[in-house]
Design a protein around this ligand. Structure first.
Ligand SMILES: Cc1cc2nc3c(=O)[nH]c(=O)nc-3n(C[C@H](O)[C@H](O)[C@H](O)COP(=O)(O)O)c2cc1C
Length: 338
């Protein structure tokens, strides 16, 4: 099995939901939420893609970085690369049902581990999605991270307890799901949080708490104040609000403001290893990858997920050699022009 086959099968199985385009840039699937696209005209998705393309790698070949280290330590784990599988749910209403929710959760949790990394599992209005994610993490002896929707705090804490029971290494909340259409469809109340709300969630668990969906310096600072362990600078794949800034546009100023106090992760439109390198050079400690992992699961199941992630790792390694980066934890800003 190679990635071409995986994508071909995914394209067939996701007909009408995702075209698995050569350039996954939000154009074909504009407005398809539910579905695989971005919200509204999909400007948030398209802009994140275009802005990432504006970041250019600076090639360097006179140096000693012959065997770069891609390892990534986080939450007591040593991952093979600074790439984590993004939380994703809704195989039926987002992906066309080519795999079931249970199969998807199992594929991504186990396939990510086989590639030497870890998956986040997501939450949505259909309660079974979160439960299948936790089932897969439990089977993987807790090697996974649970990301919960910004429900009422009592409901979030209920799910934190479930994640602890499954053995998760960290928990968190996709706070940018505060007005999500897919939650509305299921009649599930979600909404914005105060700093006090976040403090209560952080205090409710011994596990590291992550806030996913930060796009401004003041909200990154609020997370530090609330005692959060890590933030994900993200616009949720362009799915929650149209016309946002791109994650790479705000990443540097957020890292400058809080990067020494909190772990800063980021995501959006990462399609090849060079994209990972760009995010790292702009200050992210690690990244999340979404849509390519979906194609991996639908087109090649667990093996397809593993192959997708291993390909990203190999490309990152190769790109580090060609930009003179010996360690993924210390990629300097001058490796990109932006
Ligand atoms: C079909 C689909 C479903 C998603 N479901 C969730 C979810 O349940 N929870 C969440 O935090 N993010 C969710 N996301 C957002 C991803 O976690 C991630 O932020 C985004 O996909 C990254 O962009 P990329 O797909 O371009 O890599 C979803 C994204 C897609 C495309």
């Amino acid at each position: 099995m190679d990635l071409k086959d995986v994508k071909k099968v995914a394209r067939e199985k996701m007909k009408g939901f995702c075209n698995v385009c050569r350039e996954c840039n939000g154009v074909w699937c504009a407005g398809m939420v539910p579905g695989m696209g971005g919200a509204g005209s999909a400007h948030s998705f398209k802009h994140a893609y275009e802005e990432l393309k504006r970041v250019k790698l600076v090639m360097k070949t006179i140096h000693s970085a012959t065997d770069p280290n891609t390892e990534f330590p986080i939450f007591g784990e040593s991952l093979s690369m600074p790439v984590i599988t993004a939380p994703i749910t809704g195989t039926k209403f987002n992906m066309g049902g080519g795999v079931s929710e249970e199969e998807y959760a199992s594929d991504v949790v186990h396939g990510s581990i086989e590639a030497g990394t870890i998956a986040m599992i997501g939450d949505t209005g259909d309660a079974t999605c979160f439960e299948y994610g936790l089932k897969a993490v439990r089977e993987a002896k807790g090697r996974g991270i649970a990301i919960i929707k910004p429900r009422e705090n009592s409901e979030v804490i209920k799910r934190i307890r479930m994640a602890e029971e499954a053995g998760c290494i960290a928990v968190g909340m996709d706070i940018d799901g505060a007005g999500l259409v897919t939650m509305k469809l299921f009649g599930q109340p979600v909404g914005p949080k105060s700093i006090e709300d976040i403090k209560e969630l952080v205090a409710s668990t011994e596990l590291p708490f992550i806030v996913k969906g930060i796009l401004s310096v003041d909200e990154a600072r609020a997370c530090v104040e609330a005692g959060v362990s890590a933030i994900v600078v993200s616009n949720h794949g362009g799915r929650v609000l149209n016309n946002t800034l791109a994650p790479v546009e705000v990443l540097e100023e957020i890292v400058e403001a809080v990067g020494d106090k909190i772990t800063v992760l980021s995501d959006g439109c990462i399609r090849e290893g060079g994209d990972v390198l760009k995010y790292l050079a702009l200050g992210a400690r690690g990244v999340l990858v979404g849509r390519p992992v979906i194609w991996g699961s639908i087109g090649g199941r667990q093996e397809g997920v593993k192959l997708t992630l291993e390909t990203l790792k190999n490309q990152l390694y190769q790109n580090m050699i060609l930009t003179g980066c010996s360690d993924a934890s210390s990629i300097s800003r001058d490796r990109v022009k932006y």
